[in-house]
Design a protein around this ligand. Structure first.
Ligand SMILES: [Cu+2]
Length: 127
């Protein structure tokens, strides 16, 4: 009885250590994901449209912009910002943008690219 009780304590203790270790590990790996992956916007440009994929964005916090060229050469310009990058087909650029205010921003094309140039517009929403 004493021996099995002792074994139980050892088993419980080692389980506790293992669980604690595992828990700590998953917490430390999930935290960087939370902080290192805060705000992201993907903008894919083709002839003649921009497609925006975004999560919830907060004003005043940096946003990682991934600019992806699917077809043609387009200028990825964001209204009310200094972002204006030319991206070619099969090219990917990443830039950081910090939206100052909440509201709606638009991605427009700043490179005369053809007949659909003026219709290239996509919305980014910042809360
Ligand atoms: Cu254009």
């Amino acid at each position: 009885m004493t021996r099995s009780a002792k074994l139980f304590v050892i088993a419980a203790a080692s389980l506790g250590i293992l669980a604690g270790c595992g828990g700590g590990e998953s917490a430390s790996t999930s935290n960087p994901v939370m902080t290192g992956n805060p705000q992201e916007v993907k903008i894919a440009g083709s002839n003649y449209k921009f497609e925006v994929t975004q999560g919830e964005l907060k004003a005043g916090q940096p946003v990682k912009l991934t600019l992806e060229g699917k077809a043609g050469v387009h200028g990825y310009k964001i209204t009310d910002s200094s972002i204006n990058e030319t991206v070619k087909s099969d090219e990917v650029k990443t830039v950081t943008w910090t939206p100052e205010k909440s509201g709606e921003y638009f991605v427009v094309c700043s490179v005369p690219c053809g007949s659909g140039h003026s219709s290239m517009q996509a919305k980014i929403v910042v809360k």
